[in-house]
Ligand binder design. Structure first.
Ligand SMILES: [Mg+2]
Length: 358
């Protein structure tokens, strides 16, 4: 067991963007709602729980979402409002510990082993944090509590929304064995498919493979999979992670000419990028989409958020950036995604460097 005495929380807001919209517009409460895109074009960035019941998911083309749920309401994202709520939850976290590692606007790891109130039980801290978030923002969060980041993150996802779940050291092994590998943090769709082909469907299947075998199949990530299948994750909650830029790109034999195909391929490239990020130990705050046309003309579009990007956001923002790519019908020969850590003040430097680094 890795540090079974550590107390780690993962706090994750429920359907964050959609919930902020419902909070700010009571007419939207209880209704199926998609943030991002429009009925005709674009892609869903986030869906309310009411929309999810119809099978509407983030990163789904809006036209498909509309077909699944004709009464779906499309809302433009308001990142300023999300940032404000994010700042409020951050203040709540910092009442308890300075060891806060945000993964996105709406989720963070907290190491509360030594906390500012000398509280003994992480469960009590999680309960208070959930209540304070509700009081301050009017929004619900789910809390996962365990002794490392991997398990805390799985726990927060376990009974969403408004969830609360603890994975103790004695529960961990059984819990992981039963877990479908798609639920493992760091296992994306592509990796999951690869694992299925190797007969790995659950944590128990994964645990039966040797480290050598996993490394042979999955490279450096193999060691990570070997450890997490045993509940071992020694990554520290790090409030000041320094991240370098990371990218992934693909050149296509036949030019891509439709937005749907673009979206599909952006998701695929995002999966590769996410795997690289997992190996490198963290994403940045910005995402850049690079597109090269059939005539080799190249354009880039970037978005920066105030916290580090989550796996889901890499996909969602990648898809959102697609909306600003013109003339897809002329043919696209290359798509690339890059994440980097850049703040407003050194944005220009980054964009200059991009020409060489990407
Ligand atoms: Mg969330």
């Amino acid at each position: 067991m890795s540090n079974p005495t550590k107390k780690i929380l993962h706090i994750d807001m429920d359907a964050f963007y959609a919930s902020v919209e419902q909070r700010d517009n009571p007419e939207l409460v209880g209704k199926p709602l998609a943030v991002g895109g429009s009925k005709e074009r674009g892609v869903v960035a986030a869906a309310s729980y009411e929309a999810r019941k119809y099978g509407v998911k983030s990163a789904m083309p809006s036209s498909i979402a509309y077909r699944k749920c004709p009464q779906l309401i499309f809302i433009k994202p308001r990142f300023e409002a999300y940032k404000e709520a994010s700042q409020q939850i951050r203040e709540v976290f910092e009442e308890y510990t300075d060891l806060v590692e945000p993964l996105a606007l709406d989720e963070a790891y907290l190491d509360v082993t030594d906390n500012k109130f000398d509280m003994e039980f992480a469960m009590d801290i999680a309960t208070e944090i959930k209540q304070k978030i509700k009081d301050k923002t009017g929004l619900t969060a789910s809390a996962g509590i365990s002794y490392n980041k991997f398990l805390a993150k799985i726990a927060s996802d376990y009974n969403k929304p408004d969830g609360f779940y603890v994975i103790t050291p004695s529960m961990a092994e059984k819990f992981i064995e039963k877990l479908p590998i798609e639920k493992f943090f760091g296992v994306g769709k592509v990796t999951a498919k690869k694992m299925h082909l190797k007969g790995i469907f659950t944590g128990a299947n994964l645990k039966r493979k040797s480290e050598q075998q996993l490394t042979q199949w999955f490279g450096k990530a193999g060691g990570y999979y070997y450890n997490i299948s045993r509940g071992i994750d020694n990554r520290k909650v790090n409030p000041n992670r320094i991240r370098k830029s990371l990218g992934a790109e693909r050149t296509y034999e036949n030019d891509i000419t439709t937005k749907e195909e673009m979206a599909e391929n952006i998701i695929r490239i995002a999966e590769i990028l996410i795997k690289r990020i997992e190996n490198a130990g963290g994403a940045g705050k910005s995402l850049t989409l690079k597109v090269k046309y059939g005539d080799f003309k190249q354009i880039t579009r970037s978005k920066t958020i105030s916290e580090t990007l989550t796996n889901e956001q890499i996909k969602v923002i990648g898809i959102l950036l697609l909306d600003s790519i013109p003339d897809i019908e002329k043919g696209i020969r290359l798509i690339g995604l890059q994440t980097a850590n850049f703040d407003q003040e050194n944005k220009d430097v980054f964009l200059e460097q991009l020409e060489f680094e990407f």
